[in-house]
Design a protein around this ligand. Structure first.
Ligand SMILES: NC(=O)C1=CN([C@@H]2O[C@H](COP(=O)(O)OP(=O)(O)OC[C@H]3O[C@@H](n4cnc5c(N)ncnc54)[C@H](OP(=O)(O)O)[C@@H]3O)[C@@H](O)[C@H]2O)C=CC1
Ligand SMILES: O=C(O)[C@H](O)CS(=O)(=O)O
Length: 492
């Protein structure tokens, strides 16, 4: 582990963005349960002591959000849009500082952190516009004296639980449509990355967000907060991003009140290279998909299937490119490609998948199952000879491991790609038009990238099928998750 310390405040143009308190009802508050430590995964040192809220304090935040929501919903869409637009402008004006805070607490390189700030802000920009376009309907009556109206109204208080891997974007991808729709919002960020969330709240306050409309409850106990969100009837919508395992827990807890839920869960993305693909483009796409955030994204390529005719060429070129990726501390060096893993346990899982594959005949052509780098840094690995009985064929690696499977024909690879409980993202490279249509239609996934390894954008509906989730985030569909439809039957 590097023996450096992180003087994060000294690195910021605006040190007031480094906020260790929770934000509730327009107030910055301490935690009844004291504080919890946030560490820099690249250096291992403590970068902040953050308010540790009790369940009672979370309940109070929900009360404050409930009290603020009715008035916020009375604002016109245009008035809400103006606040959201100001929030967007302030986030982009502070993009570099927010990137440094994210790199310090999550580890991703500065190019990715500042990229995520812009990606996260894009949801606020997009839904600021959607706030003006929440349209209802008038439907021709079923009888001469009947008039039918359909109203769209905000669901009320929305609450989010989000993971450490995208500390800003996973919050704004939920909060932006919720606030645009006229909901109030209570965000519970991951204990590993609360500082990005409190910095968002600093800027929301500066943007003129009314007290109680946007709240950030920081806590070391995720299960207690989850129970409060699920058991408190004032919370009308729960929106979660994280593992399928935790998604199941939350859905079971929310079932008692039949609470409206959105779930963005785990994935196991296949990345398929056909023999008519542009192999060089496919290699670049695999790098982008597999090694973004050091493989710690739910849409990372988890299995790479390469048709026999181009398998050796692809493997050699991928090995050459991956060996050039630079591992390092994003706060110390500018040209870093791969930061640290979030925790030592995250490294254990990657090593476990490598060892499992080796025990079943896989060949490690780059990297190893040994943790021979500093601290939470782990060298990327490539395995050839991957087969469907290996752990990563069913489990999400969530780290820098690229297993290469060889296949012969399209029907076989589609069957292998679909042989999973997950259905979030998938990718394939091919040129033949009939093949592109066939594969895009037959892959059982919510997202299909064709000749691209990057699919994340605010304008498209992001979400999974099967056990990768419920609902969609982003695009004009995203606001529907925070609206109720009311049918009014008028007898005139
Ligand atoms: N589909 C998607 O968009 C995404 C899916 N994921 C998936 O999540 C996993 C990696 O992220 P990771 O953070 O480890 O996932 P987890 O599901 O462990 O954690 C996600 C969030 O849920 C919280 N949490 C954990 N247990 C509970 C509980 N019992 N009740 C309420 N909240 C709880 C965590 O809090 P804390 O950490 O503070 O304990 C964290 O804030 C992978 O499977 C990945 O695929 C991740 C990001 C995006
Ligand atoms: O948490 C994740 O992995 C994100 O949902 C992936 S993305 O939206 O940044 O692509």
């Amino acid at each position: 582990m590097l023996d450096k310390t992180t003087d994060l405040a000294a690195m910021l143009d605006d040190p007031s963005l480094l906020e260790p308190h929770a934000f509730v009802g327009g107030q910055w508050i301490a935690g009844d349960d004291g504080t919890f430590e946030v560490t820099n995964p690249a250096r291992g040192d403590v970068i902040a002591e953050v308010s540790d809220l009790s369940r009672a304090q979370v309940a109070d935040a929900i009360d404050q959000a409930h009290a603020a929501q009715k008035d916020w919903a009375r604002w016109t869409g245009k008035e809400r849009a103006a606040v959201l637009r100001q929030w967007f402008d302030l986030i982009m004006a502070n993009q570099r500082d927010l990137g440094k805070i994210m790199t310090a607490e999550q580890g991703k390189p500065m190019t990715e952190s500042t990229g995520e700030v812009a990606y996260g802000a894009s949801f606020i920009e997009f839904f600021a516009e959607e706030a003006k376009r929440v349209y209802g309907e008038q439907i021709p009556g079923h009888q001469r004296d009947k008039r039918i109206l359909v109203m769209k109204q905000p669901v009320g208080v929305a609450a989010s639980i989000t993971p450490w891997n995208f500390p800003i974007a996973m919050i704004t991808r939920k909060a932006a449509p919720a606030l645009a729709a006229g909901c109030s919002f209570v965000a519970r960020p991951a204990k590993e990355t609360p500082l990005s969330a409190t910095a968002l709240a600093v800027l929301a306050e500066r943007a003129g967000m009314p007290s109680g409309v946007f709240n950030v409850v920081t806590s070391s106990s995720s299960s207690e907060v989850g129970k409060e969100f699920c058991e408190n009837a004032k919370v009308r919508k729960l929106t979660f991003t994280g593992s399928t395992e935790v998604g199941r827990i939350l859905l079971k807890q929310a079932a008692d009140q039949v609470k409206k839920c959105s779930m963005e869960l785990g994935g196991n993305a296949p990345f398929i290279v056909f023999d008519d693909a542009d192999v060089d483009a496919a290699v670049e796409g695999a790098i982008a998909s597999k090694f973004r955030n050091n493989g710690q994204t739910c849409v990372c390529a988890n299995r790479i299937y390469v048709q026999a005719g181009v398998y050796d060429e692809f493997a050699e070129k991928l090995k050459d490119r991956v060996s050039q990726l630079k591992i390092g501390d994003g706060l110390a060096e500018d040209d870093v490609d791969l930061g640290p893993m979030i925790t030592a346990e995250a490294i254990d899982k990657v090593q476990e998948h490598i060892r499992d594959a080796k025990s079943k005949g896989g060949k490690v052509i780059l990297g190893s199952d040994q943790h021979d780098a500093d601290g939470n840094f782990f060298k990327p690995a490539i395995i050839t000879g991957a087969t469907q009985d290996m752990a990563f064929a069913q489990e999400e690696t969530f780290g820098p491991l690229a297993p290469l499977f060889r296949f012969e024909d399209a029907d076989d690879v589609i069957a292998m790609a679909n042989d999973t409980i997950f259905g979030l993202a998938s990718y394939f490279y091919a040129k033949d038009l009939s093949r592109v249509w066939k594969v895009a239609e037959e892959l059982e996934y919510g997202i299909v990238g064709v000749n691209t390894g990057l699919i994340s954008t605010e304008v498209a509906p992001f979400g999974g099928v099967k056990q990768s989730g419920l609902g969609r985030e982003g695009s004009h569909h995203g606001i529907d998750e925070f609206l109720e439809m009311k049918y009014v039957c008028l007898s005139v």
